[in-house]
Structure formats: C-alpha cells, structure tokens
Design a protein around this ligand. Sequence first.
Ligand SMILES: Cc1ncc(COP(=O)(O)O)c(C=O)c1O
Length: 368
Amino acid sequence: MIPISRPIIEDEEKAAVLAVLGSGQLAHGNRVHEFETRFADLAGAAHAIAVTSGTSSLHLALLAQGIGAGDEVITPAFSFVASADCARFVGARPVFADIEPATFTLDPADIESRITPRTRAILPVHLFGQMCDLEAITAIARAHDLVVIQDACQAHGATFHKQPVGAFGTACFSFYATKNMTTGEGGMIVTNDAGLAERARMLREHGSRRRYVHETLGYNLCMTEFQAAIGLAQLPKLERWNAKRNANAAYLTRGLQAVPGVVPPSIRPGTQHVFHQYTIRIQHRDQVLPFVIEQGIGAGVYYPAPIHRQPSYQRLGYDEHLVESERASREVMSLPVHPSLSQEDLDRVVEAVAAAVQSARSVQVGAA
Ligand SMILES: Cc1ncc(COP(=O)(O)O)c(C=O)c1O
C-alpha cells in the first residue's frame, strides 16, 4: 500500500532524541527555546510559543486573545473539527462561513454577512497547505475591528505574496505525525503581539511567569525536549520536503487532468502551496474510492462531513446549509503526495485513479 502520509525520521532525529535522553533535561528546556526561536523565523513572527498540539495552540491563542463566553468566531465548516472546537473550549460560538470552491479555503465574500455585534475573531484555515485569501480576510477584519487567528496547522512554510503567515497576525501550527514536519504530537503559536505571547506562555504553564506564583488559572501544555529535538532536526529539511511535495503535486496534476471527472487542485496565484494534502474533486467519489484503495493506493477523504454536520454540532442546533462546504465533503479525495514517493509510486497513483474511474463507470453501465 502506498500510504497517504509517512513521517520521515532520519539519523538526525534519532540522534537528537538519544541526546535528550542522555542530557537529564527531559521536560521543557533549552531545546524548546531554540525550536521556538527558529520556528518564529520560519513563520516570520517575533514570538513563538511551543505547546503540546495544534489543538492546544488554537485553544491558547484564543484564550490569550481574550476571546470567551458570548463572543462569536467566524471559521470554515470544511476543516478538521479542532479549528472550530477551540472556539467552544473558550466558551465562544463558532459561526461557519462557506469556502471558495477552487481552493477549499474560507470565502471572504461569505464572511461579511455573518458578522454580528458579537463577532470578535476570524479563524481562517490554510487547508491542505494552501493559504486563504489573507489580503481580503485581513481587510474585512480591519474594517470591523476583528482579530485574525490563523489555523496554519497544515501550512508549514506556505507563503502569500512571498510573506509567511506571521506577517498576517497570530497563527497556530500542528506537528502531528502526518504533518509536513512533525514532532510526533506538538504545536506552536506564532505572533507579533508581545502581550499575547506573554499571556500564552503563562497559560501554558499553570498561569505563572515565575515559579510558584500563579497569576491566573492556567494549564500544563508544555512541549517536551524530545519533541523540540525532533522539530529542530526536521526544520532544516522542511523547504526541501515542501519542494518535493510541490513537484509531486505537479506530476500528479499532469497525469490526472486527462482523467474524465477529475478536477485536480488549483493553486491561488501569488501563493506558495505546501501540499499537505493533494486533494482532487472526483465525480462519483464514493464509487471510485474503493477501486483506488483496492489497487494499493492509500487514498483518503478529508473531510467526509463539514463540521456543522457533525453530531457534536447538530446537538447544538447548527442547521445552516453551506453549499460549497457540503459539496466539497461529497466530492473530495486526497491522494499520496508526500516527499517519500518515488516516480513509480506517482505513476501508480495516476494509473490507479484512471483505472478506478473506468471500473466505477463499468459498474454504473452494468447497473443501468
Ligand atoms: C486544520 C487543522 N486544525 C487543527 C488541527 C489540530 O492539530 P493537532 O492534531 O496537532 O491537535 C489539525 C490537525 O490535524 C488540522 O489539520
């Protein structure tokens, strides 16, 4: 099976973890500080705060921004559930806006009508490694005095008009095992707001700036030295891995654009996509997918239901109809694009999709 993702762990990562084991400093220490400094540079931000996961980075960023009960946060429904859940963690209400069909990211044209006197923040998601239309989104935020907290959990190294995410305000990253770079589990907030950075650091460590002085209620969401050591070993390779993801994506697109019923992903002009996922639209997705998997291709559906259709949101009474989010959930299929794929693997992916489309058609013709 060609897997949909494969973490790359090389000699540097292994040596770095062993060095931590030998050092006696296992919890939060100098490696975490160094990882924060180097990651802040990559993301173009003044501050970085390392935490336990992408989810905890979003949670802490919202808390540190002072978002809470009674506030509304506008966010896409076509995303991983964590991007909306974090608003609920702090007592705010996620308000869902639709996505642009071409990029699967938050549609600025659908944000404005959802702004109410209670709206405090816009939480766009750079889905599949593709940046949102940050120019339009930050302009709306400025006009309505809203903050922007970016979910960049899938977008390490992505840029918008050559600027990294940090140039557009606070952003949150995940280092989960399948991401473009990993620490196993892990997350990072990056921001140019010194006050927000200080509050996030406090909240991460039991509400304390000084040992055993607890100024606010806080959490224990610190990254370990093991995670930081792996992250430091991965960072210098990210650019090369992202370039390989882009080359793989271009190759897949060249092969797949001729397959009937397939719409390959499009890249927003002026942005650097990092292809966390290579996601096509495909006619009769649910009929084609099993034939793709049967041929040993680890295809997946991200995401089969938009967040507002999840049981935990239906119970809260979310019943809007978001046309493009729902259509994307019915039509998308992600294919392996990760840097470990060989030329032969890429050819197998293209051939498997073409053959699966054929097989699904034959079944339909037979059934007619
Ligand atoms: C868009 C998005 N937001 C948030 C998260 C949460 O990150 P984590 O799994 O590290 O908590 C993820 C990770 O899967 C994600 O893809």
